[in-house]
Design a protein around this ligand. Sequence first.
Ligand code: GRF
Length: 203
Amino acid sequence: MTNPVKIAVLVSGGGTNLQALLDSESNGTLKSGRIVLVVSNNPSAFALTRAEKAGVKTVTITRKEFGDGFEKAIIKVLRENDIELIVLAGFMAILSESFTSAFKDRIINVHPSLIPAFCGKGFYGLKVHEEALKKGVRVTGATVHFVNEIPDGGKIIMQKAVAVRDNDTPEKLQKRVMKQAEWKILPASAEKICAQILKSRGE
Ligand code: GRF
């Protein structure tokens, strides 16, 4: 690939989804794009260490430091690095409409349920799996979708189902959904969208 799509991954925490993306780049399944930047809103996110180990440039931008200029600061660094696709991988901040419309159809997110179940404002982390177990669903999973101004409301790109087991706890279910679904469909979706971007460039 001579001119792969430049990808930025936005993170806040452990970064296992970032790791899945980095691994898929090194094993060649993510071939139409290259991760050139990792942005964290949390200075102690382990995701930053993962990025550094992989030799990817990192930037930390916090609301504490930037206040109302938080999103503007992120946009600035994305523009400076000519980013064409933004992947939200455990990024714990809701982006405003002015941000999402500035990158229309160029931001994707992974959510740990089969949207439209267990999604929207307040549904993040373990809470998603707690609610799924409370409801008694027998099947859950993960979804990768485009990001617009509605939390978890953009068009769906990929989904993968995961069976719920009788002895599941939110923690066990969270791990299984990550392993069986999120770490697979996030890199696959990134490749799919990057390939589309290359095609639209005529490459
Ligand atoms: C994942 O469950 C993801 O779906 C959610 O936040 C979690 C992030 O985990 N949005 P990690 O930082 O990728 O390990």
